[in-house]
Design a binder for this molecule. Structure first.
Ligand SMILES: Cc1ncc(COP(=O)(O)O)c(C=O)c1O
Length: 213
């Protein structure tokens, strides 16, 4: 998340170049212990495309999202979308709009925010219990935490040994363009994992995440 002065600098930069900004606000609904961050789109509606999605809040398989467009570019954007895929499925959009209008989407977000926050807490507690002192980051929002492995550990070895214990782990190297494993880190997702599974999973692999000796 950009600091407030950096946000203003970015908008100023775009204005000087007559550029637009694409703001991918995809995890905005799931922030846990900090206040919601205002959007760039709200600060500069004529310059910023604000992107949102139901992939995180409902299900990725729906393939529905939205773009809040600068008014002057909305026509061109609509034309491009039409050429790209002739539009998203109408029935699916109608169902989503009913869910939103009835207030059920908001209720669902509130319920799931509490649930994901509880899962995140279970993850932090389980790691604390089995791997005291472990460094964890990325906890403020979304469904992923980053575990910083001890120096000398290798991602693929930890992942392979966890796999032999039927626990699926993902390394940060898979998100790097050069697939480099330094520094060794794991991405722990809790978006589709129950509190019980999180506890059991960490108990099973905790020793792999501890420094040797
Ligand atoms: C950075 C980022 N933006 C957006 C999305 C959502 O993409 P989509 O709405 O196409 O599923 C994701 C999904 O993981 C993401 O990682």
């Amino acid at each position: 998340v950009l600091a407030p002065d950096r946000r203003l600098e970015l908008i100023d930069w775009a204005a000087r170049r007559d550029a637009v900004i694409i703001e991918d606000d995809y995890d905005a609904e799931f922030r846990y212990d900090r206040d919601p961050v205002g959007t760039l789109q709200g600060l500069a509606p004529a310059r910023v495309f604000g992107l949102g999605t139901v992939s995180k809040s409902l299900a990725p398989v729906l393939r529905l999202g939205w773009i809040v467009s600068p008014p002057a570019l909305a026509g061109a954007l609509t034309a491009i979308k039409q050429v790209a895929d002739r539009g998203s499925p109408g029935l699916d959009q109608l169902a989503l709009s009913l869910l939103i209008e009835a207030g059920r989407y908001d209720r669902h977000l509130r319920r799931m925010r509490a649930e994901y926050s509880a899962r995140r807490d279970v993850l932090v507690q389980s790691l604390d219990e089995h791997v005291p002192g472990i460094r964890l980051t990325g906890l403020a929002a979304g469904f992923h935490a980053v575990v910083h492995l001890p120096a000398g550990a290798t991602e693929h070895e930890v992942i392979e040994r966890a796999r032999q214990r039927s626990v699926g782990l993902y390394g940060m190297s898979s998100c790097r363009s050069d697939h480099h494993e330094e520094p060794p880190q794991l991405i722990l997702g809790f978006g589709n994992t129950s509190q019980r599974q999180i506890k059991e999973g960490i108990a099973r692999v905790g020793d792999l995440l501890r420094p040797p000796g």
